[in-house]
Each structure stands twice: as structure tokens, then as C-alpha cells.
Design a binder for this molecule. Sequence first.
Ligand SMILES: Nc1ncnc2c1ncn2[C@@H]1O[C@H](COP(=O)(O)OP(=O)(O)O)[C@@H](O)[C@H]1O
Ligand SMILES: [Mg+2]
Length: 407
Amino acid sequence: MQALTFITMGSKPEASKEIRDALVGNARARLLADCDDPDQLLADVLRLRPSAVIIILELENLEKEFVLIKQLAATCPETAIISAARDASPALILGSMRSGAREFIQLPIIADEFRTVIDRVVEFCAGVENSSRKNGRVIAVFSGKGGAGVSFFGTNLAAAMGVSTLLIDLNLQAGDAAFFLGLDTKYSLTDFVNNRARLDDSLMTSLVTTHSANLAVLAAPLEAHEAEDIKPQDVVEILHLLGQRYECIVLDLPHTFDPVTVAALDLADEILVVLTLDIPGIRSTKRALKVFDRLDYQRRKVHVVVNRWSKNIDVQLQKVEMHLGEQLIGFVPNDYRKVMDSINLGRPLVQADPSSKITAEIKRIAALVGGNGHPTSALPRKKLLGGMFNRQRPTAGLELSEMPDPA
Ligand SMILES: Nc1ncnc2c1ncn2[C@@H]1O[C@H](COP(=O)(O)OP(=O)(O)O)[C@@H](O)[C@H]1O
Ligand SMILES: [Mg+2]
């Protein structure tokens, strides 16, 4: 399940704060925007397509608010409308339900009731997803530690998807994904955000940079200071807009849990965590998995991929899996020379060297996450024994022999 996104509207600060606090206190909920004006609400809902809106009704404005609910229900049927009020009469509740609200929240909030409302929104969203899902698959590539190979793996994964794919570089301060693909980009996320009001098909096409038949890139801001201009809501909007145009979107993410990265992770269908098999790598992966648990991501959307894999790494993989509580779904071999050549020449290895072992493994992972099945259920478990770091026994190759040979 993805996190639920909310926009709230209310003109009384205390009531708005109460709703905000309740949302912030719920691990599944993300507040995208908070407004006090119906026009702003409509514009925000159209732009951000939240899972739900919460409208705090004011007795003196009821008729107008019912009209607003009707309007929202007609224009954004995929968003659940929830009304809330302090002095609720049966007529008020009935009126809001008849206008199109699905739930009602009585203020002050009772924690149990609020949880029930959130559960109902989850059910509603599951129904919407089953009936009308047209958006491309969003695959986020992440690592808790810099240098693990997120950009290398992410760019090659995007190039290996075999369907129309957009790579979005969300390393806002120092993105290099376009460089990895040998592209000199003129436009970036900044232009996308700055031209939000007039984005149409042709403008969107001109702001992404085409790499090859099935691959385009939306580059990170060209200047580091422009990173500040990009907000989590922008990422939500961009993913909604571009998700309708590509079968797959691959996100090259930074190594932090800043709000923009979390917004992107929230919307991802699959998260691939890139792990290098050293102690800092394993620790940072464990930390990241704990954050995903706190963000209430279902573990089935999270997959761990080993990068820079070598038979000579003296690690007991089963112990790593047990420690992380996650199966390792891929092993991208270590090949410094090939990888450096590919990066320096700006030619993704999966295209430049189709017969390499790195290519074979990345294509296999692309097929796993690009399909409809869940990667982990498609993989046989590997039989591995012993302690995690087997420094005493240089025979780990025996247990690791089922892994792809490093090039
Ligand atoms: N499979 C690999 N084999 C050898 N070296 C690799 C591999 N993957 C990445 N590297 C090296 O690691 C460096 C960092 O990779 P990069 O993708 O920029 O990491 P990140 O985006 O996680 O910071 C690359 O410059 C490359 O030299
Ligand atoms: Mg990177």
C-alpha cells in the first residue's frame, strides 16, 4: 500500500491544526497542502490528486461547502472527500454525505474514529487503484549511503526496462544521471516546476531529454541552488503528470530522507535499495529499512539489490538477509573498469556491452520489477550457511557459488 496523501481546507485555525496534528500523527498519512479557500482547494486537488481531502465545515457556509463537495466529487472521483465539523447535526452530516462526502469526522477528534476513517480511505484507494490504474510503474532506486551505485544501477536499469521509460534524477543538488547517459541536458526539473501553469503535452516533451527509443531523462536542476525551488508537492505533481506518459518511471534518489525524497518513495510502486556488502553498507541498509517500516511501507514493495558483488567478498549472505529481514534479489557484479568506462563515456553498460555479466543481471532485475509479479516471490531462496562476516574461513565461495560470477 502506498502512503495516503491529504489536502485539508478550513477557515478556523484551531480546527485546521487539530486535523493537521491527527494526520501528522498517523504513519500512513501525508499532508500535501492545507488551505482555507475553496478555489485554492480545487486547484490543489486537480494538481496534486491526493488520496483524500478533508473539508472542515462551517455552519454559516454550509450551502457553499456542499456545492464545493459536489464539484470535487464530480471533477476528482479518485479523491475521497471527508467532511469534518465541531457542532455536527444529523442534517449537516447527511447533507455532506448527499453532496458526495464519503466520511465524516467529528471534532474534537477521537483517535479510534480517526483511525477508522483512515482505514476507509485505504479501502477507497484500493478500489480506485484496481478500477482505474493507468499510470506507469514507478521504481525508486535508493541507498542509505553515497557511492553504493544508485546512479549507475538506476541509469542502467532504466535503459534495460524495454518499455517506454523516464529516468528522473532527484539528486537535486548534484544530480549526475544525465551525465551517466552521455546527455547534455538543456532543461531540468526546475523548468518543469517553473512552467507548471502552462504544462501541456508539447512542453512536457520538450523539457525531458530523449536518450534512445525507450528512454528519456528528466534531469536534476542544473545549478545546486535551484534545489530549493523544488518542493515535495512538485514531485507528487510531476509523477502524476509524467506517470500517464511513460510505462515506467525510474527515480535516481539521493541518500537522505529529506521531504522530497520521502514524497517520491511514498509514490513508488517498488523501491530497490542498493547495497554494497561492507559493514557501512549493511548498516545503512538496515537503517533505511527501519525508516521504511516507520513510514509504513509494505515490505513487498521494498527489495534489496547487492551491487559490486564479487565471489571474493567474505560475507555469509544468509546472515545478511536475516539481519536485514529482506531477501537479496539481485547481485550486480563488481567490475570497476567496465563501470568506469561506461560512466566516463556516458554509455550505459546494458547498451554498450550487452554480453557482460552486469548487463545480464541488470536485465534480469528489470524483468523482475517491471513485471506485475512481486520480485521476491519469483526468486528461489539461496542456501547459505554460517556467520555474517566469515573472516576466519576464506571458503565462503562454496556457499556463494550460486551467485553470478563477477566479470
Ligand atoms: N558494479 C560496479 N562495479 C564497479 N564499480 C562500481 C559498480 N557500481 C558502481 N561502481 C562505482 O561506484 C561509483 C559510485 O557509483 P554511483 O552510481 O555514482 O553511486 P551513488 O549514486 O550511489 O552515489 C561509480 O563511480 C563507480 O566507480
Ligand atoms: Mg548518485
